[in-house]
Design a protein around this ligand. Structure first.
Ligand SMILES: [Zn+2]
Length: 1018
């Protein structure tokens, strides 16, 4: 580590202390109070929040003047000039400590020499953070000292970037009870004063004791910041909607980040710089890697889980390095493929400094160590752009993002080749291993051995990922997901066009108000908020509906004697009702009981145990247990039993029954004797589970399991018969939440139905291919040029007004929906905005469509879209794929191609029938219901499907780009022949089937019909 970087590490406590003070600078932003404006003079909000902040932090003197509390419960300052008519009773708390009245001198031991100026040491820490405005507010509250001016500059740099050009205070809308979301929906403001008071008191007492460890040690500081984030995340930093979409947290965090880097600059330069020098000495350190691919390239659940763990750990460590270990600055933006840190970027004479090569090495080391080089970062440091006086951190991040992501698809082997290229560690793995097969998971390292469950040959690293144990609550069991017919579904979703937002292209379309001339800029706070909002969308909805999809997971514990008579306590945990796990314990228990009763001779049983009890399975709404007694009959058991001494011979069922009798208060059960070989014991109800030695608890778990969810892309396992309901819930909530940006954000959804016996990796693979199709549908697969939207390849849609402001006819010209027509009803909420009590105004901030004028795309206010003009619209798509049909349609194999193993769908060429628009899905569902009403037999439909699929396969198996339009006709005639000749298909059915056969939608229709047949949807 270079000396200057070591110095930074040495003064960690000081840097974090200054960061913390900066984080608290707007502690008095108490919006409700500002809004009231009850005073005689119209005072500017900044002055209010400074005074309130001083009050909250218990500051007694500002600029050597006493802060006085007037008798009639108003804040007043002693010189009389600074009368701030704030009603004290409306301020919820004041901290109990007086520590903010201490000067920096009190903390001398952590202060670096260059900061030990008389000016700084004599300044109180409270005054430092409160006097953070240089140009407005009360004279006596203005920043005077250099440290105050530095903080003041950090504050104004962030405000200016966030509200570029938005300096018109007159056009403030008075709707202060709301906070704007980045997409224009109003959210309730939330105050959590009690929590805030607790946190501030904790900070104060740690500072009083000079216990820096308590707040600035590893972990503690992260926790503290997270807590502050929670209380400030739904509170506005700005009084002007819709600019209050960046919250008090966002603003405070950015200011503290800029200030933290400023302190680091002074330590690197060994001088306290002037406020004018901050902007020109900042840069962005970007750490980018193809994480989306890394996380989703696998198909096995343990591989997903393992990679997520590694990914989260890498992120945590890199962040720890830059924010804590060598505290240069903070993470100011992140999304799935990158982390972006604000750090010092000094221009020393002769060289660009400082030398960060060691930081780069450390980051690469973290990646190499955690992934063996399967994932390697591109690390680039870019000087922050400055436009006029505005620091453009966001634009700098966007530049880095575009640079990287435009190359991501073309990167050879997923590495970014530039001056920073480091050799991935895995290459060494091949030394002396040239004859080895390649790992079938990562396709990079030599395969070590065959996996014991999945039988694929994988490398050491991938093996370790699979072995990393999942926590019990994260364990995903299909038998918990599946419905009463033992089917489950994979719900796949993706929020389309998000990339356009995260690359900054769409941000200005949320707010283009011609009357005020205000536009929103892609500031890091705003981009971060967009990312977080989308990242949470599905998680919030799924967690809100999870309680409707619960079941009880049983935890068993049983005392039993093994055949040698040794008494053992076995913790069966939740495993007992899972046929694929530890079934032997119950077997042992039953065996033990039979032996104990003397019904069975232990030798005989030992020899035949494997043949007796073989499978225990769980299904259904209320917990019950199936015990299959396989390969044996009551007679055989009786035979075994009769060999034992003088006890009466019991049939096996009887024995088990008696065993369970001691739990008759807790278990209801019934016996079924199926044909011939299988005896079935069914426990129909489990009542209470507090009996000593038997059960140690019931845990409530959800039937909905997340495979993964990030950046608006997700996969959930859900019960099959609920999949449509859950999908519709997501769809409705999406429309409710993002209707203001329709056409610029869309939701793509897909469902894959599967039988519980179907291999999960096939289901997940189908899900991945579906996501790929969504990407094609959104036109996001190729890189777009920077423009309002370069996305015209996706949809250039002529739109005609049919009625004013309420309906648009959209005619799709390109893409998978070519030739489709859709009617859009424009929600009245898009045009009107509720303000105050029952009052509405025109919403000029959000309701825009993108209009194509002379090849250029511009936002146009919804009320002014001219008749017949061309607009850009991005519809949500909804996709059905029924896995049963994949028996023919999909056959996943591995083939070696150009020396690498590749997965291939070998049976069927690619079919372009999907995805569908949402309304079309409804047509298919209705047709499915018609079929059901016509009651064709399930067998007839299945036969039809199989025959048609086989015929199509035989006809088209050698074609590469099936289907062409003439192929579609051929398929239609094929279907016609089959329909007319097949037995069991009624005439009423034929027309519906034929209607759908043209585009091969028939397979989806058939699957849906069969699906609806299988479930009771009434
Ligand atoms: Zn591997």
């Amino acid at each position: 580590m270079t000396d200057s970087l070591k110095e930074i590490g040495k003064y960690r406590d000081f840097i974090l202390f200054m960061e913390l003070l900066a984080l608290l600078h707007d502690v008095g932003k108490y919006y409700e109070e500002v809004k009231k404006k009850s005073g005689k003079r119209s005072l500017r909000p900044p002055a209010y929040h400074n005074t309130i902040g001083a009050f909250i932090l218990g500051i007694e003197r500002l600029k050597n003047k006493d802060v006085v509390i007037e008798k009639n419960n108003k804040i007043l300052m002693s010189n009389g000039e600074n009368y701030a008519p704030i009603d004290l009773s409306s301020i919820p708390f004041r901290i109990s400590s007086r520590i903010f009245n201490e000067s920096f001198n009190f903390f001398e031991e952590i202060i670096p020499d260059i900061w030990k100026t008389e000016e700084f040491l004599n300044e109180t820490i409270g005054e430092f953070l409160i006097c953070h405005h240089e140009h407005y507010g009360y004279k006596s509250l203005r920043a005077k000292t250099t440290p105050q001016k530095l903080l003041s500059k950090a504050d104004s740099l962030d405000s200016a970037e966030d509200r570029e050009g938005a300096l018109d205070r007159k056009n403030r809308l008075k709707r202060g009870d709301f906070l704007n979301t980045p997409f224009g929906i109003l959210d309730k403001i939330e105050y959590r004063f009690k929590d805030e008071e607790n946190i501030l008191n904790r900070i104060a007492s740690a500072l009083e004791e000079k216990n820096f460890n308590k707040i600035f040690s590893k972990g503690n500081y992260v926790t503290l910041k997270n807590e502050i984030q929670k209380v400030w995340y739904a509170r506005p930093a700005d009084t002007r909607p819709p600019f209050n979409d960046t919250t008090l947290w966002n603003h405070a965090y950015m200011v503290s980040s800029i200030f933290k880097s400023t302190v680091a600059i002074t330590l690197l330069k060994r001088e306290i710089i002037g406020p004018g020098k901050i902007a020109s000495n900042l840069g962005i350190l970007s750490v980018q890697s193809p994480n989306r691919h890394f996380l989703t390239m696998v198909n096995r659940l343990p591989d997903y889980n393992g990679r997520w763990e590694v990914f989260k750990e890498i992120r945590r460590q890199v962040r720890h390095l830059i924010e804590f270990e060598v505290p240069l600055g903070n993470l100011v933006y992140e999304d799935i493929n990158g982390q972006y840190f604000l750090i010092p970027y000094l221009e020393f004479r002769g060289a660009k400094g400082p030398d960060y090569s060691e930081i780069r090495d450390r980051i690469v080391e973290i990646y190499q160590e955690k992934t063996d080089g399967l994932l390697l970062p591109r690390i680039k440091i870019e000087k922050c752009e400055i436009k006029g006086k505005i620091l453009q951190i966001g634009k700098t991040i966007i530049k880095l993002k575009k640079e990287y992501e435009s190359n991501i698809d073309g990167m050879i082997g997923w590495y970014y080749f530039d001056e920073d290229f480091r050799k991935p560690k895995w290459i060494e793995e091949w030394k002396g291993m040239e004859e080895r097969e390649i790992c079938q998971v990562c396709f990079k390292m030599p395969a070590e051995k065959q996996h014991f469950i999945y039988h694929d040959r994988i490398c050491k690293w991938c093996q370790q990922r699979r072995e990393s144990p999942a926590k019990e609550e994260e364990a995903k069991f299909l038998d918990e997901v599946m419905d009463k017919d033992q089917r489950f579904a994979l719900l796949v979703g993706q929020i389309g066009l998000l990339d356009q937002w995260l690359k900054g292209d769409y941000i200005c379309t949320t707010f283009v108000n011609k009357e005020t001339g205000l536009t929103k800029s892609p500031s890091p706070s705003r981009m971060m908020r967009i990312y977080q909002e989308i990242d949470r969308f599905d998680k919030n909805i799924i967690s809100s509906i999870k309680k409707n999809f619960q079941l009880k997971r049983l935890k068993f514990r049983i005392d039993y004697c093994d055949p040698t008579g040794r008494k053992t306590k076995k913790d069966l945990a939740y495993k007992i009702y899972r046929h694929r796990l530890e079934k032997k314990w119950l077997k042992e228990v039953v065996k033990e009981y039979l032996i104990e009763k003397g019904c069975l001779n232990s030798d005989i049983l030992n020899n035949t145990a494997g043949k007796i009890f073989s499978a225990i399975t769980y299904n259904g709404k209320s917990p019950h247990l199936d015990l299959f007694i396989r390969n044996t009959t009551a007679e055989t058991i009786t035979d075994y039993a009769s060999i034992s001494d003088d006890k009466a011979a019991w049939p096996a069922t009887e024995a088990v029954k008696r065993y369970l009798e001691k739990f008759k208060d807790t278990i209801n059960f019934e016996f079924k004797t199926d044909i011939g070989e299988i005896l079935r014991l069914k426990i129909t109800d489990l009542k209470q589970f507090n009996e000593e030695g038997f059960v140690n608890g019931i845990k409530t778990v959800s039937k909905i399991k997340s495979i993964y969810s990030f950046s608006g892309e997700f996969m959930y396992l859900v019960p099959a018969n609920e999949a449509l309901n859950i999908a519709n819930k997501l769809r409705d909530d999406f429309n409710r939440r993002y209707y203001k940006v329709q056409g610029r954000l869309c939701l793509n959804l897909g469902i894959i139905y599967a039988d519980h016996k179907y291999p999960l990796y096939m289901v997940l693979d189908a899900g991945k291919r579906m996501l790929k199709e969504f990407q094609v549908a959104n036109g996001l697969e190729t890189e777009k040029k920077f423009a309002m939207t370069g996305n015209t390849e996706a949809y250039g849609i002529p739109a005609l007004y049919k009625k004013e402001n309420s309906r648009i006819l959209v005619d799709f010209k390109e893409g998978v929906f070519k030739g489709e027509v859709q009617l859009i009803n424009i929600d009245s909420r898009v045009v009107k905005l509720k303000v105050g009590k029952g009052r509405e105004i025109d919403d000029k901030f959000y309701p825009y469509f993108l209009q194509k004028i002379n090849g250029q795309v511009k936002p146009v206010y919804i009320g002014k879209i001219p008749f017949g003009c061309e607009i850009i619209f991005s519809p949500g798509v909804f996709d059905f794929e029924y896995l049963n049909s994949s028996r023919v349609r999909m056959n996943l194999t591995l083939k070696k191609q150009y020396g690498q193993w590749r997965k291939r769908d070998s049976l069927f060429p690619l079919i372009h029938t999907r995805p569908y628009q949402i309304w079309k899905i409804e047509n298919i569902i209705n047709a499915g219901r018609q079929l059901r009403d016509a009651r064709p037999s399930t067998t007839a439909l299945e036969n039809f499907r199989e025959l048609l699929a086989r015929e199509i396969y035989d006809w088209f198996k050698n074609k590469e780009d099936f289907p062409q339009s003439e192929d579609k006709e051929l398929v239609k005639s094929l279907a016609q022949v089959l329909i007319t000749t097949m037995e069991g298909l009624k005439k009423e059915v034929s027309a519906t089937l034929l209607n759908f056969s043209k585009n091969l939608e028939i397979f989806d229709l058939l699957e849906l019909a069969l699906f609806l047949n299988a479930f009771d949807f009434s």
